[in-house]
Design a protein around this ligand. Structure first.
Ligand code: MG
Length: 388
């Protein structure tokens, strides 16, 4: 088996929304295709990967370093003992001559290459990715039926609380019983109004979580956390700057509300520091490291092993974004839940066309690989951008 071409494309995703920390006007994402010499159903086998949303595309890193290294590697060095592409060996090849530490945005580019290799491997096996991953990593409790939650409620120019409520209602009507909204972290009263509007829209069975994107003002942290506890939010996400573990530990000791963080940690080293110094509780809190931004599944499996050895259950892991790929990982490793933008009309929103979210649960499809081919708008985007 041989990789004959690697194509990447920068996909513009600009929109007028923002969270407490950034605007999305110029947001981009990377799409990647590994084209192999294997023929499946009369066509060359292609493995796809599509970025997590929110950290910009990685074309520079891919084109300057990682794609050339993968193409230059001897074909045999990328294969397992059965002569099939080995995603871990692909990562080894692209990481040649990279210094440890200082991970920057390199892990996202590397993870895309690993993800596309996994799509190839699972397609070649004719099986859905979650099954292939569960087998490869020997996970204890893989599951086809996964929990998902909807993420929405960004800030938009001129938007009212009615707009926020409409968005939460739509998510609820699309089957998401747990919905996360953005909050500003600058005013207790303002954020309380957002939570109340969202909670009313979510209905009696719905739950609301809040995401401060690292911007909670320390001057109002105490009353703000008390208010969130009173409103019984499902969790508070990124109350503090992502790498400030000491500040997080102060918040963790101060509030009974579940905390969630980790989406801006891109390596095993960083995740372990979060475990060591973030003051988080394995029973109460959630780890949101995103395998698609953090070197891929092999690195993620190391994190799971490290946390598990220190009393953390797999159910405490709720990966950020990652879309279809992350949903397979949630099933493969028996993780807590996958995050989704609930609007399926977006290329990066919703799930496979032939699946439905019901009461916050989703059944992973039978399609081989990640199943990009079974989400028509995303597949059209990939096929066009990558000329496959
Ligand atoms: Mg977040």
């Amino acid at each position: 088996m041989r990789i004959v071409a690697v194509r990447d494309a920068l996909v513009p995703l600009g929109s007028g929304m923002r969270n407490a920390s950034i605007a999305f006007d110029a947001m981009t994402a990377s799409a990647l295709a590994l084209v192999t010499d294997r023929i499946v159903d009369g066509k060359p086998l292609v493995g796809y990967a599509f970025d997590s949303i929110g950290r910009y595309g990685k074309s520079g890193l891919l084109r300057e370093r990682f794609i050339p290294r993968l193409l230059a590697a001897p074909s045999d060095s990328l294969l397992d003992e059965h002569g099939v592409l080995d995603p871990a060996r692909c990562v080894q090849a692209v990481m040649a001559n990279e210094k440890p530490g200082g991970h920057g945005e390199r892990p996202g580019a590397v993870a895309l290459m690993e993800a596309a290799a996994w799509d190839c491997v699972a397609k070649l096996a004719g099986r859905p990715l979650w099954q292939v991953l569960a087998e490869r990593y020997g996970t204890a409790a893989p599951t086809r039926r996964i929990r998902v939650y909807g993420s929405c409620g960004h800030f938009r120019p001129g938007e009212t609380l009615d707009g926020l409520a409409t968005e939460v209602r739509r998510a609820r009507d699309s089957g998401y019983s747990l919905v996360k909204i953005k909050v500003g972290g600058r005013s207790v009263a303002e954020d309380e109004r957002r939570v109340c509007a969202a909670r009313d829209a979510a209905g009696a069975d719905g739950r609301i979580a809040v995401d401060a994107n690292g911007m909670l003002d320390p001057a109002i942290a105490a009353p703000w956390l008390d208010a969130m506890a009173q409103h019984e939010v499902a969790w508070v996400e990124e109350p503090t700057a992502p790498l400030d573990y000491a500040a997080l530990a102060v918040v963790a000791a101060r509030t009974p509300v579940p905390l969630a963080t980790g989406e801006n940690l891109f390596s095993f080293d960083d995740a372990r520091n979060l475990r060591r110094y973030g003051g988080l509780d394995p029973v109460r809190d959630r780890i949101q490291v995103d395998m698609l931004l953090a070197y891929g599944v092999a690195e993620y499996a190391r994190m799971l092993d490290d946390f598990t050895a220190h009393g953390w259950p797999h159910s405490a892991f709720w990966p950020h974004a990652g879309h279809l790929f992350a949903a397979h990982c949630v099933g493969a490793f028996g993780l807590g839940a996958a995050e989704a933008a609930p609007d399926a009309t977006l290329s990066y929103g919703g799930y496979w066309d032939d699946t439905r979210v019901e009461n916050g649960l989703l059944e992973l499809p039978d399609a081989p690989g990640v199943g990009f081919e079974h989400k028509a708008n995303l597949h059209a985007l990939l096929a066009h951008a990558l000329e496959t």
